[in-house]
Write a protein that binds this ligand. Structure first.
Ligand code: MG
Length: 278
């Protein structure tokens, strides 16, 4: 047994990683014992990804990395959901057209209160809702219908052609919807760039760890990313200096190893990017 596997096993993470059939309570209990930073401090991101993903996936990232390393150029990466697309509100709209919510909230209010459908307490144990969520997640046509956040396509096309090249979209959408996501990006004329999706099988609790490791592997070719997720920032290992344009947020506590530019809307993101690069 190699040592990362042994540590995963000792911490019961391996059980958690492959525990799709467990009930939410059991997962929650185990997830509370997980300290991802210990792993990030003790293992390389390549080793962690090797454990989390199929080898094929890791090799693709490493090939991409070696391609990038031929140039001393730094690029910008973009998240997709809630950074380019209003995904959460769309999911809530779809679910509210079928299921009742006792708080009588609109889709927008639910998205702002719970962020993700799986966080709604009175939906948590409803298997019908979870089955539908899995269906949405793996449906390519569903992805193509998600509304765009207004003007993001025009702004990022301008940034790409005039300020800094967009190299990659890094998303926790599963790899079974690469086609739908790619059609969505093309239909809105977003700049062409490498599309990196999370492996379909990976358990939700590991998504931020996965993304932090991918960014860690791609450093320093990618130092800048626009993302809406403060939990990702907390996860980034302290060995490098990232610069994050945090979208759609008003405030955030300070993380000394990362430069964070808070933006409440796309215009502010652009202003922050211009401040850094022009
Ligand atoms: Mg996002």
């Amino acid at each position: 047994m190699n040592s990362i596997r042994k540590d995963f096993w000792i911490l019961e993470w391996e059980t958690l990683l492959w525990s799709h059939n467990w009930d939410a309570d059991k997962k929650l209990k185990l997830s509370q014992t997980v300290n991802f930073h210990w792993f990030l401090d003790n293992y390389s991101s390549v080793d962690i990804l090797k454990f989390l993903c199929w080898e094929l996936f890791l090799n693709r990232i490493l090939d991409f990395k070696s391609e990038l390393s031929k140039n001393w150029i730094e690029w910008l990466a973009l998240d997709i959901d809630e950074t380019l697309s209003a995904t959460s509100t769309y999911w809530f709209e779809k679910l509210l057209s079928i299921f009742w919510n006792p708080e009588n909230l609109t889709a927008e209010q639910m998205a702002s209160k719970y962020h993700l459908c799986q966080n709604v307490p009175y939906w948590k144990w409803n298997t019908e809702i979870f089955d539908l969520m899995y269906k949405f997640r793996e449906d390519n046509d569903f992805q193509t219908n998600i509304p765009i956040i207004e003007w993001t396509n025009l702004h990022y096309s301008k940034i790409h052609s005039e300020i800094i090249s967009i190299l990659s979209y890094i998303t926790v959408r599963p790899d079974v919807v690469v086609d739908g996501t790619s059609r969505w990006l093309d239909s809105h004329d977003f700049p062409k760039a490498e599309l990196i999706h999370i492996p379909y099988e990976l358990e939700y609790l590991f998504w931020n760890l996965w993304k932090a490791c991918v960014l860690d592997v791609l450093y320093p070719n990618i130092v800048w990313i626009v993302d809406d997720n403060p939990s990702l920032i907390k996860m980034l290992p302290q060995r490098y200096k990232w610069e994050i344009f945090l979208f759609n947020k008003k405030e955030l506590c300070d993380y000394s190893h990362i430069n964070i530019h808070i933006s409440e809307n796309i215009e502010q993101v652009i202003r922050n990017i211009e401040k850094v690069f022009l």
